[in-house]
Design a protein around this ligand. Structure first.
Ligand SMILES: [Zn+2]
Length: 182
């Protein structure tokens, strides 16, 4: 499972080859260009389907606009093979992840929770000491706080959080120190 191939697909493919892996699915936590920009290239190289929550379809259609905001090259149209639903289970080799729909950073933002590994892939919903920005189209401060409190803070304290940007953290740490969640 490759999560959020924003760019640098050659690096991703290098890792895949080094470990003799086969990509079975490309999972997108949300349709911002730095998370989805390389998805079509990776799909073309591996044949793996692209999975994303359908509530981000509108954002996905604005990738050219997003590219212009950031001064990046337009990655072209991204096609969706499957829409991820709340509590859907994804299998990657021996690993199982639960899909958590966590709107707020975008309408279709999801997190992936691996219960056996006690690991959360948080996209841009939760960061170490911070939360995702909500001032872009589809963003909502009320929704991101609700998503984090209802779905992420419901996870065990020892859950390791892997944010979309910046250092790792844990649910317990964020429950204690995150100024947005007090
Ligand atoms: Zn984002």
């Amino acid at each position: 499972m490759v999560i959020d191939p924003g760019d640098d697909i050659a690096d991703v493919q290098g890792l895949i080859q080094k470990h003799s892996l086969q990509v079975k699915q490309i999972v997108i936590t949300h349709a911002h260009i730095d998370h989805v920009g390389g998805a079509m290239k990776l799909r073309a190289a591996t044949g793996a389907p692209i999975l994303i929550n359908e509530n981000d379809y509108a954002l996905l259609k604005m990738l050219d606009v997003q590219a212009a905001w950031l001064g990046m090259k337009d990655p072209g149209k991204v096609e969706i093979d499957h829409s991820l639903a709340e509590l859907e289970k994804l299998q990657a080799g021996s690993l199982t992840a639960n899909v958590l729909h966590t709107p707020g950073h975008t309408e279709g933002s999801i997190c992936l929770y691996f219960p056996a590994e006690q690991k959360l892939i948080a996209g841009d919903t939760l960061f170490a000491g911070s939360i995702g920005r909500t001032d872009l189209p589809g963003g909502s401060f009320e929704k991101i706080i609700r998503s984090i409190k209802d779905k992420l803070l419901a996870l065990p304290d020892q859950t390791v959080v892997v944010p979309g940007h910046g250092p790792l953290t844990s649910i317990g740490e964020e429950r204690e120190i995150n100024p947005f969640l007090r």
